[in-house]
Design a binder for this molecule. Structure first.
Ligand code: ANZ
Length: 827
């Protein structure tokens, strides 16, 4: 055998594919099925590709190549998620411009992806930082703005002084920034907010029918947090016009309410507070204002204070005391709860802490109430007058109905999902295409003023946002020498005064200085891939019709909530506006499992366990890396990297190469029965395994076939070598093409029809043979012709007449000649 010259072969085929534009997306041919195969595009960091990237990218590439060979039109694009905080921080560290570092990082990533032989259509490459992409991201923002889905709001935001930016709730973990682990504080700030909550019901309902991992569906559901219950009105005692509305999932416990609790930020706190309680309430509200929602809900110790005020129970008419407690969140439901300490653990802890009344109104269906803790399970109502004896479900309905009749509330659905804080006080993002009029002090002639000059007194009318004319897009970032965040929460763009202020028709205006978050670009890149060169629209309706939805989306589970939810939200808006025919963008989603270091730990620079794909490709080749990553285990599983195992797939490649060479030289060899059967079984297995993305088992089936072909020495049939080359090509495309050409083909196999197996040839030949016990015929068995002794014995023991003879006896000897005789000697 000769060694497989991977180095030379891989560069040769990469040049061939590039020159021939082998993977250029075809014009859609309506008579053929289509597949849109999408990778979560990479963020081009300064560190380059790590071995986790090629795992998902190889998996999608196998599918794209398989589908091309099975008669599909395939769209398989790639691009760069290149805006964002890390790129900006990297530029700050290296003293360079983010535009330049981004360009260099993209070039490096591109080199690495090309070296791995992925079948991307490079003509569709895009970066979210491309000005022609920014233009359409800004255009989508304007559509959101015009639809009332983007608005400004004074929000209590998560301000991270170290990063100089506001973070979305989801970017804050335990009071620290997700990126960098810096402290985060709450601060009111003017922000752009996208009204994703308007789509909460659609985002929830749309999950139905998606072929996604169940964990990801659950994560999205929990994030959206649909809660079905009831809103109930408690009128304020001694004030006819005010009432406290509460949201509850347990209207059946209404007769067990012993107090009402308001969140400290509830608007009625001061109205309900009596003069005697004012000092205590004010103090409490001030103390709790800085606590995060997470702290407030997770701490066991309940704090609070009595307002001195009362509300009226909507059914009993009794006076109910009103408390303030920070375990009630201002941002969820109505910001107020009807407290039922007997049946809600939080209320129970609060009632115990302040010695408040506990009224039991639900008992278990069986057994006794334990009054040491809240009984939160469903059961049967008691101490509830007309509702007594009803099951929890029945009682919920009855109470809701009664409240509706009395005009004191009704059924209500609430979501945990919050609106999306969309502005960042950073440089490296898409400028938000909005501007505001500038006012000067009374009596000052605007014509003589320039708000960009120092000391020119003026006011920016944030209350009058004006969208940039669509014809004026893109709105480019100004070039700034110093783009570090400052202490101005308006962001660093506020310092680019010549960019910020402009004059039009004799009037002065100021641009929005916030930029979009990194999520913006990744919300719609899959749509731009449909039509990346279109200068007149974000993407054409025809392109949407041709290619959407994405048939397979491969990427990390870390995007299970945010990216996928934000992208679905934008998509649904574009659907409502008629730009896409498809309500959901990603039909099937697969998460590749993380590849750990050889020590079983997450790869990280500090641990020194990072495997660099460049090294593997240089030493063993791209196909070896691809094969190894697909062979490591099931795609979704978390797997440790084992460099020693790469040698195994290298040996496999060498064997494939050599059996193919032998077949090419002696191409007269005919297929024998055994090879025919193994070949068809392998073709069946590989085909089925690719369909179910079970790549490791497909590769091991090809290994078995290759080992068999190797045992044929100089007699490898051409047909077997051809089929093996085709099957191996989605995994090891360079090797596949090389083998294909060694076998005398002059065209690439990228579009050659996939192998077809004959089901009848996949079944093992079976024979029927007699079974003897102590030399006497006792029955017959039907087993594969080449079955081993164990299989034959197992079949024999199924035969009653055989079993009767050997039961309770010791088997002394078995005489087995496959296909001829099975004689069991038993005493
Ligand atoms: C009375 C009650 C009785 C409740 C009972 C529960 C059990 P989910 O499922 O998460 O939606 N709640 C409502 N608004 C709240 C807020 N802003 N902050 C903290 N808690 C709030 O939970 C809904 C339940 O959480 C509501 O039902 C309310 O407590 C509480 F035996 O009302 B319940």
């Amino acid at each position: 055998p000769v060694p497989y010259p991977f180095d030379h072969v891989e560069s040769k085929w990469q040049a061939f594919w590039e020159e021939n534009k082998t993977f250029k997306t075809p014009e859609r041919n309506k008579s053929r099925p289509k597949k849109y195969v999408l990778d979560m595009f990479p963020y081009p960091s300064g560190a380059g590709l790590h071995v986790g990237h090629p795992e998902g990218y190889t998996a999608s590439d196998v599918m794209a190549r398989y589908w091309r060979m099975t008669g599909h039109d395939v769209l398989h694009p790639i691009g760069w998620d290149s805006f964002g905080l890390p790129a900006e921080q990297f530029a700050v560290q290296t003293g360079a411009q983010p535009a330049d570092t981004t360009k260099a990082n993209i070039a490096n990533f591109k080199r690495q992806l090309k070296m791995l032989g992925f079948s991307y259509d490079w003509d569709r490459e895009l970066a979210t930082t491309d000005i022609n992409y920014v233009k359409w991201t800004q255009w989508i923002f304007l559509q959101l703005f015009k639809k009332g889905l983007a608005e400004q709001s004074e929000v209590s935001v998560n301000w991270c002084p170290a990063l100089g930016t506001v973070l979305a709730n989801e970017e804050v973990i335990n009071g620290k920034s997700e990126r960098g682990d810096h402290p985060v504080m709450r601060l009111p700030l003017r922000q752009w907010v996208l009204k994703i909550t308007n789509y909460a019901d659609r985002l929830e309902a749309g999950l139905d029918g998606l072929d996604w991992p169940s964990g990801t569906l659950t994560a999205q559901q929990q994030w959206i947090g649909k809660s079905t219950g009831c809103e109930i009105v408690f009128d304020v005692e001694g004030n006819n016009s005010e009432s406290v509305r509460v949201f509850t999932t347990r209207p059946d416990t209404l007769m067990g309410v012993t107090y009402v609790t308001l969140a400290p930020e509830h608007p009625l706190v001061s109205a309900l507070t009596t003069p005697e309680q004012k000092e205590a309430v004010d103090k409490y509200v001030a103390e709790t204002s800085s606590r995060s929602d997470l702290d407030r809900t997770s701490s066991k110790e309940k704090t609070g204070v009595f307002t001195g005020g009362y509300v009226t129970h909507p059914l009993s008419g009794e006076k109910v005391p009103v408390w303030v407690g920070d375990y009630v969140l201002g941002s969820y439901g109505t910001g107020a709860v009807m407290a039922v300490p007997a049946h809600d653990s939080r209320d129970f802890e609060f009632a115990k802490a302040f010695d408040l009344e506990i009224k039991w109104v639900v008992k278990p269906k069986e057994g006794e109430l334990n009054e040491e803790e809240a009984f939160t399970e469903p059961g049967v109502s008691m101490n509830s007058g007309e509702f007594d004896g009803m099951t929890t479900d029945k009682c919920k309905e009855a109470v809701t109905k009664k409240l509706e009749e009395n005009n004191k509330g009704g059924a209500k659905i609430t979501y945990k999902l919050r609106d999306w804080v969309f502005s960042r006080q950073r440089y490296w993002g898409e400028p938000i295409p909005i501007y505001f009029p500038v006012d000067f002090p009374k009596g000052v002639d605007a014509k003589t003023q320039n708000p960009a000059s120092d000391g020119c007194e003026h006011t920016i009318r944030y209350d009058q946002p004006i969208p940039v004319d669509e014809a004026d897009l893109p709105l480019e970032l100004p070039l700034m020498e110093d783009f570090k965040p400052g202490d101005d929460p308006a962001g660093c763009l506020a310092r680019a005064k010549d960019w910020r202020y402009f004059e039009k028709d004799g009037k002065w205006f100021a641009r929005e200085t916030n930029t979009m978050p990194q999520w913006a670009g990744s919300c719609w890149y899959y749509l731009r891939f449909l039509d990346p060169k279109n200068n007149n629209e974000a993407f054409s309706k025809q392109a949407d019709k041709d290619w959407m939805p994405v048939d397979l989306y491969v990427g990390g589970a870390e995007h299970a909530v945010l990216h996928l939810l934000y992208a679905r939200f934008w998509h649904q808006v574009l659907f409502d506006l008629g730009y896409t025919e498809h309500p959901e963008p990603f039909q099937k989603l697969v998460h590749q499992g993380m590849i750990l270091g050889s020590d079983g730990e997450k790869m990280s620079k500090s641990r020194g366990n990072v495997v660099n794909p460049d090294d593997i490709v240089t030493d063993q080749g791209a196909d070896a890396l691809r094969l190894y990553e697909m062979f490591m285990g099931p795609l979704e599983a978390v797997k440790p990297w084992q460099t020693s195992q790469v040698a195994g797939v290298v040996r496999f490649q060498n064997k494939v190469y050599n059996v193919v060479k032998v077949a090419a030289e002696n191409n007269e060899t005919e297929m024998d029965v055994e090879t025919t059967r193994l070949l068809h079984k392998t073709m069946k297995k590989v085909t089925e395994d690719i369909k179910s993305m079970s790549f490791n088992t497909a590769i091991s089936a090809m290994m078995v076939l290759t080992n068999h072909l190797q045992t044929l020495k100089e007699k490898v049939p051409l047909e077997a070598a051809e089929k093996l080359s085709l099957m191996v090509s989605p995994f090891a495309p360079h090797l596949g093409e090389e083998c294909w050409s060694i076998l005398g083909n002059t065209e690439s196999l990228a579009y050659h029809p996939w192998v077809e197996y004959d089901e009848t040839l996949c079944v093992d030949d079976e024979i029927t043979m007699g079974v003897q016990v102590n030399g006497k015929a006792r029955g017959e068995i039907t087993i594969p012709a080449d079955a081993d002794e164990e299989t034959a014995m197992a079949a024999a023991k199924e035969v009653d007449r055989v079993m009767n003879q050997i039961e309770g006896k010791e088997i002394k000897k078995i005489i087995y000649v496959p296909g001829r005789i099975l004689n069991i000697i038993a005493k």
